[in-house]
Write a protein that binds this ligand. Sequence first.
Ligand code: BG6
Length: 482
Amino acid sequence: LTLPPCDFTVFGGTGDLALRKLLPGLYEQERRGQLPAGTRIIGVSRSPLDDARYRDLVSQALFDHVAEDHLEAGALHRLMTRVHHLTLDAGSAEGWDALHGLLKRDGEEVVRVYYLAVASDLFGPICDRLDDLGLVTPQCRVVLEKPIGSDLASSRRVNDAVGHVFEERQVFRIDHYLGKESVQNLLVTRFANVFLEPIWNSRWVDHVQITVSETVGVGGRGEYYDKAGALRDMVQNHLLQLLCLVAMEPPTHVGGAVGTAEDAVRDEKLKVLRALVPLTGPDVDRATVRGQYSSYGEELGHPSTTETFVALRAEVQNWRWAGVPFYLRTGKRLGRKESTIDVAFKEPPHAMFPDSEGVSTPNRLTIRMQPDEGMQLHLTAKHPGPGGIRLHPASLGLTYADTFDERSPEPYERLLMDVMRGIPTLFMRRDEVEAAWGWIEPVLERWQDTAVEPVRYHPGTAGPAAADRLLAREGRAWHGSE
Ligand code: BG6
């Protein structure tokens, strides 16, 4: 498939995301020869940089963030010849003519991608300016970084402003979790195998746990993070998307280009979001835990009541999942960097091994998204030896590292390629984003109304004990990674 050249314009071109993720992602594509011929990468920022100085900045970022054995002089050189910088303050009227001059390529078929790696209140104004300059055509695409707004009303405003200029099919809302190999593999595990689907329901599943645990703190992102907090930063998007992929019905198919039935997956995810039992009022107090690591205020430079940890209990009210708890938790400065999904199955209906009375080893499927991508099916085996039958926990494991020679691409590599190819399946549709905000918002409101302070937890631990109690109350516990 030969793709037309792409003018890939990144607003926020000197920002953390551009330098740590986007440029390295584009570099990997360059290395594999996947960037369409004639493609240019235009970093837009307020910094007064010319092309040469921006290229220096980008080179440094690549040295810092690309795996050493992937750094190849030829590919680096080829990428650099594509890179340009344009100084522009997205909030002011100046500098846009220069962008127009750069992007107008007469007579050539060019796909223009506008990547908005800036605060979402600038999305509307940027789209308007691009439109005024005649830089928006049906071949253009716009990529929106999260968070899109900070609640339902503001996300609607942002989506309206973008939707005023771009059609929904041109809008690519990034959730980089959907670009992770292990997350896509979840779809394959569920739907390219037959043995799971018959037991993937409330009849056989006891509960589901989704954990995204990070060891990093907020670092230099305090200004953004302190306004957002873990619920907006991680749960509204990444964790709910994971929940959707676990809980959704089989889509008719996966993949496809714009204009085909690529929406099958997104339709199914949306149904899950809409089936989430609303958490409102006092239910929020029972079903959620807010935490903050004890050194957060110090790191930030001022005291704060923003949460850096959330645990919550959700339910999907439909035929398949009625009554099955979905426990979600995520936090910063925890003991481990680890993202897992655990599907815990029920006990066998009848205990028939007398020597193992009281031994409980229910089956569980652990999907490890990172690190060490893979999965483990926890089973029960007979402990070897004469005499009675003693039950023993055992497991079947699959690791990507042992199974495949290829390394898993970084999520942004995959997603940026999808943007250039125009494949929106792994991006969030407007209705999904808004449904997710709609579910999250009453939780935020309740926390605000009751002025609930986050419980402190020590850095390096598994988070506040209240998160353990959330499950212990129902006779369950969080699973560690095995
Ligand atoms: C981002 C959040 O979306 O995801 C960050 O804004 C978080 O706060 C990051 O650290 C986690 O991503 P990953 O891929 O490292 O799990």
